[in-house]
Design a protein around this ligand. Structure first.
Ligand code: NDP
Ligand code: 8X3
Length: 250
């Protein structure tokens, strides 16, 4: 049975992916900062599969290392890494940007992804086996007004995904990105710092993707035969034609 480590498993896409993986009886290492949610997930999935939870902030290099090195021996060999933890912080024109928001996005979405990967990749290289899925975004393919630093962070994920694939190919490790458009999760709540009304408005008047849509696709990607690597996938709600073109009537 495969072992999967999912960052950002406490909400949205990560949580839905954990649910899909548990139903497929993958052994799960679930990560996030909200301990009570990790405990809930452990309870929820324990009848289906073996679950280990890790509570750390991906920004903290030492905490990332300590947490991943603490994984019990019987779950240490990670077959699948889902680099999902991330968020947008703010939606402001560059001249009004909040430097703390910029730090958060670059530290979490880019450096956090690298810190986690840095702890997991050596084992995959040693075993000449593994599959890494990086969760990018349409914001990693296009830039939209006021998206500046969030888009930069996701363009970095796109570049890292390509670079990882090239470097790890010689070890037989598969690497691919899933780049969603708008998905209704806690993403907008976080982006707008708890302004629920503004967050809900993002998804009003059309059908956004659900976290489960992306989880279903991730499950498809990681269950392909070994010779198939889905390297880069853009997934939009039907109502969305690009980062900036949204048909609110659908
Ligand atoms: P959610 O806000 O619902 O989930 C974000 C997850 O990331 C949470 O589990 C959160 O856990 C975790 N996380 C955030 N910051 C940290 C941190 N510093 N350390 C550890 N974990 C952290 O958003 P989504 O599910 O939508 O987002 C998941 C990924 O999908 C992100 O990379 C996002 O950029 C990407 N994405 C989202 C889209 C959308 O429209 N929703 C579209 C395209 C891409 P906790 O708070 O417990 O630490
Ligand atoms: C999340 C989707 O369009 O808000 O990456 O950037 S978007």
């Amino acid at each position: 049975m495969k072992t999967a480590l999912i960052t950002g498993a406490t909400s949205g896409i990560g949580r839905a992916t954990a649910t899909y993986f548990a139903k497929n009886h993958f052994r799960l290492i679930l990560c996030g900062r909200r301990e009570e949610r990790l405990a809930e997930l452990q309870d929820e999935f324990s009848g289906l599969t073996q679950v280990h939870t890790l509570n750390f902030d991906v920004r903290d290099k030492e905490a990332v290392a300590e947490a991943i090195q603490s994984i019990p021996d019987d779950m240490k060999n990670i077959d699948i890494l889902i680099n999902n933890a991330g968020n947008a912080h703010g939606l402001d024109p560059i001249e009004n940007g909040d430097v703390d928001d910029w730090d958060a996005m670059l530290d979490i979405n880019v450096k956090g992804l690298l810190y986690v990967s840095n702890e997991v990749i050596p084992g995959m290289v040693e075993r000449r086996s593994g599959h890494i899925i990086n969760i990018g975004s349409i914001a990693g393919k296009e830039v939209y007004p006021n998206g500046n630093v969030y888009c930069a962070s996701k363009h970095a994920v796109d570049a890292i995904n390509q670079g990882m694939r090239m470097d790890l190919n010689q070890y037989g490790i598969r690497v691919g990105a899933i780049n969603p458009g708008l998905v209704a999760t806690e993403f907008s709540e976080v982006r707008f710092k708890g302004d629920t009304e503004r967050a809900e408005n993002v998804y009003k008047g059309y059908s956004p993707l659900k976290a489960e849509d992306i989880a279903d696709i991730i499950t498809f990607v990681v269950t392909r035969p070994y010779h198939v690597n889905i390297a880069d996938l853009l997934v939009l709600p039907t109502a969305q034609a690009s980062a900036t073109i949204l048909n609110k009537k659908v």
